[in-house]
Design a protein around this ligand. Structure first.
Ligand code: GLN
Length: 542
């Protein structure tokens, strides 16, 4: 059977958290830099339809695509590395697979047959893998299989891989990511867990073509030969993956190890061209040699788990590089902020970001943080719930509407300055029902946002149910908080600013989902720039 698209499956063995997402993104980057059109897909073995209803403590941030899919945070890495948008097709869960198969069964599409894991579930998985390939846009589709080989939940995925390896013999390879632990008592690197995880794959009928070995120490030739012999791979297909200083080093480290070369060789694709990585290397060089630094507070309620704000943290890395500046993020728990300690917590900060979120936990700390930023003229960026807190704070402390609130938290508020959107009022299900994905927004000429984006019409991604209540807009504008971004189709307020403040912006959308290495997000770039001016001002005052 011939097939023009090539498929690379990335599996993981020995333990979770080896960084399959970063290895997949790095390999994709190297192939893209050689001129191939590449996309990456993540298959998640859990039963949730999508991570939208998951608490961030479970799997970290929920990443949102332009088409409004709530997806795994690895898709964020894919976009940040490749600078190519992903979509719903790039993230599939077991829940979604079963839902589709059960719906087909209810429609009678299986013509009376018994519906089984093999072939029905595996066929659905294979179809989902090939959706991207069949689009005709990509030379190579990388499919990352979530979980660890040997898990019960990932068995149908490995079986689907086995079948595809058989059906598309010359167009599929498997890259298996494993761990080579160092036993300090023995003073040795140990290959046995890797041997066993490859055996486990073999039991399931899959022979990996390339092994990526996570290790804290270099692998010498003898060890590589040993791994190659026990695992039936060529020595040049044993790739060392040492712990890296930053995730952005990984493509370069993988190139030095020849990962892209061996992958192309196994896929019978030409590998003569040199990858064009000049811009990537320039980014890394600036990242490692910043000329200045700023301290920015990230106020949120999931700060113990930094993955919950992954895209925001990465956006600051990109925006820092654009400003040749190191951004030190100080993670502050919003539940720990009160009117008594807010000054102590935030006075050293050059900028303050109030994070997105849901529910009432930590909201008063977020409102305190906004107040501190507004009154002390510290550059401020509020994202989604952070923007809503900025509106509530302004209503309470400037408009004197003491009971102002969002109806998410106080449905009875007499001053519902943030209220539920009309289309949300009759929604019963929680999953996939928010205002999700890309919407247009028109920026007010001369505003901070218009300056930052240097254009008037933008498109940004959303994930929320509540919105600025336009009945209050006149009152806000009269007192100095202005709507500077409006959805041209619905009139919804998407950005608020305080023009008299050095830099105070609240965005209802999530700019962090669109920041990439190649295109740092203009709003973050401009915010970091404002914090740099703030440090200069502070220094000249001293
Ligand atoms: N909870 C708020 C809403 O639903 C904000 C959501 C968010 O910050 N992503 O509107």
């Amino acid at each position: 059977m011939s097939n023009s698209t090539k498929y690379i499956f990335v599996t993981g063995g020995v333990t979770s958290s080896l960084g399959k997402g970063i290895i997949s993104a790095s390999l994709a980057k190297l192939l893209q830099a050689r001129g191939y059109e590449v996309t990456i897909q993540k298959l998640d073995p859990y039963i949730n339809i999508d991570p939208g209803t998951l608490n961030p403590y479970e799997h970290g941030e929920c990443f949102v695509t332009d088409d409004g899919a709530e997806t795994d945070l690895d898709l964020g890495h894919y976009e940040r590395f490749l600078n190519v948008p992903t979509s719903q097709a790039n993230n599939v869960t077991t829940g979604r697979i079963y839902q589709a198969v059960i719906e087909k069964e209810r429609r009678g599409e299986f013509l009376g047959k018994t519906v089984q894991v093999i072939p029905h579930i595996t066929d659905e998985i294979k179809e989902r893998i090939q959706i991207l390939g069949k689009k005709g846009e990509y030379d190579i589709v990388i499919t990352e299989i979530g979980g660890t080989v040997g898990d019960i939940e990932s068995l149908p995925y490995i079986e689907a891989v086995r079948q595809m390896m058989w059906e598309f013999e010359n167009d599929c390879i498997v890259v298996h990511l494993t761990l080579i632990p160092f036993l300090s008592a023995a003073g040795e690197l140990k290959t046995k867990p890797t041997q066993h995880s490859v055996k486990q794959l073999l039991e399931l009928g899959v022979q990996p073509d390339v092994l990526c070995c996570r290790t804290e120490h270099e692998l010498d030739l003898t060890l590589r030969k040993k791994i190659a012999k026990f695992c039936n791979v060529s020595v040049n297909a044993v790739i060392e993956s040492l712990d890296a200083e930053t995730i952005y080093d990984v493509p370069i480290l993988m190139q030095e190890e020849g990962l892209d070369k061996v992958v192309l060789e196994k896929l019978s694709l030409p590998n003569k061209t040199r990858p064009k990585l000049e811009n990537w290397k320039k980014f890394l060089d600036t990242l490692k040699h910043p000329k200045k630094e700023v301290n920015i507070a990230l106020v949120g309620k999931y700060v113990e788990l930094k993955d919950s704000y992954k895209s925001i943290a990465e956006s600051f890395i990109h925006a820092g590089v654009a400003n040749e500046c190191q951004v030190n993020l100080k993670w502050i728990h919003s539940e720990k902020i009160s009117s008594h300690n807010v000054a102590k917590e935030l006075e050293e900060m050059d900028g303050i970001l109030v994070a997105p979120g849901f529910g009432s936990r930590g909201i008063s700390g977020k409102i305190e943080a906004v107040c501190f930023a507004r009154e002390n003229k510290i550059p401020f960026l509020g994202i989604c719930l952070g923007m809503q807190c900025a509106v509530i704070e302004f209503a309470r402390n400037v408009l004197n509407l003491q009971d102002a609130h969002t109806t998410e938290i106080d449905p009875e508020s007499a001053s519902p300055v943030i209220s539920m959107m009309e289309e949300q009022k009759n929604v019963a299900n929680l999953g996939g029902t928010m205002r999700l994905g890309a919407y247009k927004c028109k920026l007010k000429p001369g505003s901070k946002v218009a300056q930052a984006y240097n254009t008037e019409l933008i498109s940004e991604r959303h994930r929320h149910r509540f919105e600025f209540n336009n009945e209050f807009l006149k009152k806000f504008e009269a007192k100095g908080m202005v709507a500077t971004g409006i959805n041209p189709d619905t009139g919804l307020v998407e950005v608020v600013e305080i023009p008299k403040h050095p830099w105070f912006v609240g965005a209802q959308y999530h700019p962090e989902y669109k920041s990439t290495v190649a295109k740092p997000h203009p709003l973050f770039v401009s915010f970091v720039e404002a914090t740099i001016s703030n440090t200069k001002k502070k220094k000249s005052k001293k």
